[in-house]
Ligand binder design. Structure first.
Ligand code: SF4
Length: 218
């Protein structure tokens, strides 16, 4: 019989503190000082590691300081500057388009609502929630590749669509812990519940995990 919503909520209330004990340093891995910097860094982090983005952004954030700077960026120059993060044409275009919309609609400021953020070109639900959760201190679930995988192995959500995973997690996780839970699930995915060979025997939440294909000690 499928687990009830109440059952998932009860398990989630145990999983979060266990992950918190295991990864007390879990936090957003992108370097930033302002909401605009985090917005740009999150766009660059698509299909790229946060470590590589952090290598690229210091020079970018020195050169482009305001939304107007980004909106006026020369496309070819920006493509060269973000080249190493991959998908550089699309990312440069997305950043300039997003910045122009910030200037035209929001006086160059990053808006503080999910609706306004996701209305910006190149900004999806995950990017919006990274900004809301980490630059504005709101509770927001950011479904990256790790959250997508780990939440399904833990039986907290199930879908092929990241936005549906988001909505299911929003129903299961306590709202006060949405941002923290995102960091914990991401960190757990990076360090333990990896895509190919999760380290299940050493997993801090293995007793709470129903995944039938757990890695065993050989
Ligand atoms: S037991 Fe294995 S599959 Fe389940 S959460 Fe832990 S590492 Fe992931």
């Amino acid at each position: 019989m499928p687990e009830s919503l109440a059952g998932k909520q009860a398990r989630a209330r145990k999983i979060i503190p266990a992950l918190k004990r295991a990864y007390p340093d879990a936090k957003v891995a992108l370097d930033f000082e302002t909401p605009l910097e985090l917005l740009v860094a999150t766009i660059l982090a698509a299909q790229c590691t946060d470590e590589r983005v952090n290598l690229v952004t210091p020079a970018l954030f020195t050169k482009y300081r305001s939304a107007r700077d980004w909106a006026a960026a020369d496309q070819a120059s920006l493509e060269r500057e973000v080249h190493s993060t991959g998908f550089y044409r699309a990312k440069a275009k997305a950043i300039v388009g997003m910045a122009r919309a910030l200037v035209e609609r929001h006086g160059g400021q990053v808006p503080r609502t999910r609706e306004e953020l996701t209305a910006l070109p190149g900004v999806g639900l995950k990017t919006a929630n990274v900004v809301l959760g980490n630059a504005f201190g709101q509770q927001a679930i950011a479904v990256d590749t790790h959250v997508f995988r780990v939440s399904q192995r833990l039986g907290l959500a199930r879908s092929t669509d990241a936005d549906e995973i988001h909505d299911q997690l929003a129903a299961v996780l306590p709202r006060r812990a949405w941002t923290l839970a995102s960091h914990l699930l991401t960190t757990h995915g990076r360090r333990t519940c990896s895509a190919r060979t999760p380290t299940c025997p050493a997993c801090p939440v293995k007793a709470l995990c129903p995944w039938p294909e757990k890695t065993r000690i050989r």
